[in-house]
Design a protein around this ligand. Structure first.
Ligand SMILES: Cc1ncc(COP(=O)(O)O)c(C=O)c1O
Length: 471
C-alpha cells in the first residue's frame, strides 16, 4: 500500500509544506517575475527513473530547490506577457481538496458531478442559454473550440458522420473567422478532419473586428462554387489586441445563412460578469456555442475551460458512446444520467469544477468582476503612459485589457528592437511582457488578466520597458 506508514508524520509534513507555500504566495511580489532555469538545475532534473523512493520531505526539498523557483511567472503581479491567469490561494486550496477526493467525473452519481452541473448552469444562465443547453469543463479554450466545431459538424452532416467519417470530396464544408482569430481554431479545423484550408480567414477592419461585407461575399462565393458553409466563429476578445467582433451582426448573418454561430470568448466572455463591460459581448446570447476559460480572467488555477452548447441534444449525440463497462444503471453509483463523458472526448475526467465553484463561492461574481474592471483601467493607465512617452507609440486601439505598442526607433530596425525589448525586460526579472505582430509589424504586448497587479506594478512595467529601450 502507498499510504503513509505514519499518518502523524504525513500531517507534520503537510503543515510544513502549507506553511512554506503560504509564505511563497505572500512574498510573490518580492521575487523576480521570471528567471531562466540555470544549466545546473536542468542537469539535476535529468536523472534515471527512481527505482527506490525517498522520504516525502526529501522530495519536497528537491521541489523547493529545483522547481519552485522557476515558474512561468504568471502568479507575479508584474506578469503581463500573455493572456495568463494569476490563480488565487483559494483556488490552490480547492485543487488540493479535489486531488484528495480524487473523483473521476466522467459520469456516475456522486458529488463532483453535481458541482460541475451547477457551474455550467451558472454560466448557461449568464449567457442566456436556455433549459435545453449543455456544457462541459475542459482543459482550455483550444479544446473547447474543437468540441464546438465537432458539434457544429454533426449539426451540418448528421451525427452519423461519426460512423461514416468525412468525405471532403462530396461534402466540402467551409467555415469563417477573422484574421485575428486564435490559431487553435485553425488547429481545430485540422483535428476535425475539415482541413485548415476550409477555414476562410477574413480581413479585419480598423477596430480589429471581422469585415462583415467580406464575410457575406465569401459565403456567397463559396455557395456559388458548390462548397457548404457551416460555421462562423466570432471573437469575444482577440488574442493579440483584445478586440471584439460585432457579435449581434454575426448572429444575424449566421441565422440568415443557416450557419452555426460559435464564439471564442477565451477571456473576453468573462466581461459578462461586469455591468460596466457587459456591452462588449452584446449578441453572445444568440450564439449556438461559446468557448471560454476560467483559468484566464477568473483566475482559477490551470487548467479550467468550458464549452456551452445551446442544443444539448446535438452536443450529446456528437460524443455519447457505449460499452459494457460503462453501462448506465437505474440506481447505485452507475446511475445519474447524463454523464459528462457523453459531452466531450474524455472518459476519465478530473474534478475541475471544484476550483471554479470555490472561486465563485469565496469571492462572489461582484468581486471577480471588479478585478476584471481594474485590469481594464490598468490597461488604460499603461496606454496613457505610452502615449506620453517619447520612446513608444500605441500599435492598436486599447479597447479592453491588452496594450500593444511599438518602439519609435528607425522603422527598419523596429521589428527586431521590439522583440529585443521584450527579451530584455523578461531577463531583468522586473516584469514579463511579450511581443506579437499587429498590422504586419512587430509590437510589444502587455495583457492584463492579473488579479494581483497594482497601478504601481504598471508603472514598474513602463519603467522596465523604457530602460530596456534606452539601454
Ligand atoms: C482568444 C483566444 N482563444 C483561444 C485561446 C486558447 O486558449 P487555451 O490556451 O486556454 O487553450 C486563447 C489563449 O490565449 C485566446 O486568447
Amino acid at each position: 500500500m502507498l499510504d503513509p506508514a505514519d499518518w502523524n508524520d504525513f500531517r507534520a509534513e503537510c503543515h510544513r509544506v502549507v506553511d512554506s507555500l503560504v509564505d511563497y504566495l505572500k512574498t510573490v511580489s518580492d521575487r523576480p517575475t521570471w528567471q531562466p532555469v540555470p544549466q545546473e538545475v536542468k542537469d539535476a532534473l535529468r536523472e534515471a527513473l527512481p527505482i527506490d523512493g525517498m522520504p516525502l520531505s526529501n522530495v519536497y526539498d528537491r521541489f523547493s530547490k529545483l522547481i519552485l523557483p522557476y515558474p512561468t511567472g504568471n502568479i507575479s503581479p508584474r506578469f503581463f506577457g500573455w493572456v495568463h491567469g494569476s490563480g488565487t490561494p483559494a483556488g490552490a486550496l480547492a485543487d488540493f481538496l479535489a486531488s484528495t477526493m480524487n473523483s473521476n467525473v466522467g459520469g456516475r452519481d456522486h458529488g463532483a458531478v453535481y458541482v460541475e452541473r451547477q457551474v455550467i448552469a451558472w454560466f448557461c444562465d449568464l449567457f442566456g442559454f436556455g433549459e435545453a443547453a449543455s456544457g462541459i469543463l475542459l482543459s482550455g479554450t483550444s479544446l473547447a473550440n474543437l468540441v464546438a466545431i465537432l458539434v457544429a459538424r454533426s449539426s451540418q452532416l448528421g451525427h452519423d458522420v461519426r460512423a461514416r467519417g468525412l468525405d471532403q470530396r462530396t461534402q466540402p464544408l467551409v467555415g469563417y473567422a477573422s484574421a485575428a482569430t486564435h490559431s487553435c481554431v485553425r488547429k481545430a479545423f485540422e483535428m476535425a478532419g475539415l482541413g485548415s484550408d476550409a477555414l476562410r480567414v477574413l480581413p479585419i477592419d480598423a477596430s480589429h473586428g471581422i469585415d462583415l461585407k467580406l464575410l457575406e461575399a465569401a459565403i456567397a462565393n463559396d455557395r456559388a462554387q458548390g462548397n457548404v458553409p457551416f460555421i462562423v466563429v466570432g471573437n469575444a476578445g482577440t488574442v493579440d489586441v483584445g478586440a471584439f467582433d460585432p457579435l449581434e451582426d454575426l448572429a444575424a448573418i449566421a441565422r440568415k445563412n443557416e450557419l452555426w454561430f460559435h464564439v471564442d470568448g477565451a477571456f473576453g466572455a468573462m466581461t459578462i460578469l461586469s455591468e460596466r463591460l457587459r456591452h462588449f459581448v452584446h449578441g453572445i446570447e444568440r450564439a449556438d456555442s461559446i468557448a471560454f476559460d476560467f483559468h484566464k480572467w477568473l483566475h482559477v488555477p490551470y487548467d479550467a475551460a468550458c464549452v456551452l452548447v445551446r442544443d444539448g441534444a446535438m452536443h450529446r449525440r456528437t460524443f455519447a458512446s457505449e460499452g459494457p463497462y460503462i453501462t448506465r444503471m437505474q440506481r447505485g453509483l452507475a446511475a445519474g444520467e447524463p454523464w459528462f463523458a457523453d459531452y466531450g472526448p474524455d472518459l476519465s475526467r478530473s474534478f475541475r469544477a471544484l476550483k471554479i465553484w470555490f472561486t465563485l463561492k469565496h469571492f462572489g461574481a461582484r468581486r471577480l468582476a471588479a478585478a476584471i474592471e481594474r485590469n481594464c483601467e490598468q490597461a488604460q493607465l499603461l496606454a496613457k503612459l505610452i502615449e506620453a512617452s517619447p520612446d513608444f507609440e500605441l500599435a492598436a486601439p486599447v479597447g479592453l485589457n491588452i496594450v500593444c505598442f511599438r518602439y519609435r526607433g528607425a522603422p527598419d530596425a523596429q521589428d527586431a528592437a521590439n522583440d529585443a525589448i521584450a527579451i530584455e525586460v523578461q531577463l531583468s526579472g522586473r516584469a514579463v511582457i511579450s511581443a506579437t505582430t499587429v498590422d504586419g509589424r512587430r509590437a510589444l504586448r502587455a495583457c492584463f488578466t492579473n488579479q494581483r497587479t497594482t497601478d504601481k506594478d504598471v508603472r514598474e512595467l513602463f519603467d522596465a520597458v523604457t530602460d530596456a529601450a534606452r539601454h
